[in-house]
Design a protein around this ligand. Structure first.
Ligand SMILES: Nc1ncnc2c1ncn2[C@@H]1O[C@H](COP(=O)(O)OP(=O)(O)OP(=O)(O)O)[C@@H](O)[C@H]1O
Ligand SMILES: Nc1ncnc2c1ncn2[C@@H]1O[C@H](COP(=O)(O)OP(=O)(O)OP(=O)(O)O)[C@@H](O)[C@H]1O
Ligand SMILES: [Mg+2]
Ligand SMILES: [Mg+2]
Lengths: 224, 224
């Protein structure tokens, strides 16, 4: 379903270049649940952003459902992204001036459901991540873990085919984190493809495959 | 050194009140290293913000070094805060338009050291948290864990008497997280008072006392 070949990402910082990803190749099959681990700064978010079509590689090729997409324009990429990919950001990236409910509804509005239906779906997902009673709060009126859960609900509300989650339990207590992982496990059973970046060894057992990044290179994949 | 009595915090949200803290009392001695744990939304950040003089309680009294301070004005609170407290925020709160180095230097500038000395101290602390080579990056040019480490360096650069850390290892891999905890352990040996909020059971062994929050109440303290 996804194949990236020889992907490199270089951030140019004036005189210095940062080689965030070095010649990374990876194949992801439909319905796989993969965990990506590695040290802070090893390139995990960079890799996820490229896979999620939020960023372009400096070089290399990207095939999405067998079609070459690294050469598409921004609108074409956005269309694929909005229809097929749900992205949970490491730093949440919520709209600060809007409520949790509106933040979660927004992707639905674009997919054309009625306002009443949009609201129902959003409320149900907020309830599923344990945020009933917090729908009207703006992000700065929510705890860190609550903001993280709004970000999770927002990524799932459009029922995406592929879920990319960047440290989705980093601000959650163990119980809460496990509840989120149960949601991912259920979505996986429904056939979704999931890439999960985490530092938390305890949640790797939910996935079938672990990929390690070190200094921008994939150094090991373990099949479980 | 710090004593809070019957502290309550109510967030007013139009028709609904959120009782974030309910009648919390706590004594903290000079040189203690305390871990605060609890579910997402239990009131940990709210408690830390009040202890760190970043927020005012709705009711209750706060004694800091035996002096009543919950009735001081903003300038007086800011003076105590800048001199005595180093705060590591759960969501980093870095200045986005400035480099990591400048973000770390800023508290030093206020304390009146020479530009040359400020820079030396900031660079040395950035090195200590493993960020050599990333000093010139702005926050959005840093990984999540790197931003977190800039926030840590910034809190420590003024050599504060009290360190309040809100989930300081949430975005760090295990190795990196342990390196940060070693820094805290060293500071504790030097006589600093440390309050650390965390979800990570593995780092509680660094402290001598654990306080649990549940629905805004302190329900248990374990001495280790
Ligand atoms: N916009 C940018 N400009 C320059 N360098 C960048 C930029 N974004 C990231 N980097 C650098 O690229 C490297 C990889 O970053 P990335 O965010 O992918 O790491 P990560 O594995 O997600 O780390 P963490 O676990 O800390 O979140 C880091 O060393 C970072 O400093
Ligand atoms: N400004 C605010 N206005 C209204 N409610 C708020 C505000 N800030 C926090 N809250 C609510 O108060 C409760 C406690 O928040 P707090 O940030 O202290 O939780 P926490 O224990 O730090 O959680 P986490 O582990 O998720 O970071 C939460 O349920 C939150 O929704
Ligand atoms: Mg990252
Ligand atoms: Mg918090």
């Amino acid at each position: 379903i996804i194949e990236i070949k020889n992907i490199s990402k270089i951030y140019k910082m004036g005189k210095v270049d940062i080689d965030a990803l070095k010649n990374v190749s990876l194949q992801i099959k439909m319905g796989e649940f993969i965990t990506i681990m590695g040290h802070s700064g090893s390139g995990k978010s960079t890799l996820l952003n490229i896979i999620g079509l939020l960023d372009r590689p400096t070089s290399g090729t990207y095939y999405f459902e067998d079609a070459r997409i690294d050469n598409l324009n921004e609108d074409e990429l956005a269309t694929i992204r909005n229809k097929k990919i749900g992205f949970i950001f490491q730093t949440f990236n919520l709209l600060p001036q809007y409520s949790a409910l509106f933040n979660v509804e927004l992707p639905l509005v674009y997919s054309g459901c009625s306002p009443k239906r949009c609201r129902e779906i959003a409320l149900s997902l907020l309830k599923e991540v344990g945020l009933s009673g917090r729908e009207r709060h703006k992000p700065n009126e929510l705890s860190g873990g609550e903001q993280q859960r709004v970000a999770i609900a927002r990524a799932l509300v459009n029922d995406p085919m592929i879920i990319l989650a960047d440290e989705p339990t980093g601000n959650l207590d163990t119980k809460c984190g496990n509840e989120i992982m149960e949601i991912f496990a259920l979505l996986h059973q429904e056939g979704k493809t999931i890439l999960l970046v985490t530092h938390n060894e305890h949640i790797t057992s939910f996935s079938q495959r672990i990929i390690y990044l070190q200094d921008g290179k994939i150094i090991e994949g373990k099949n479980l």
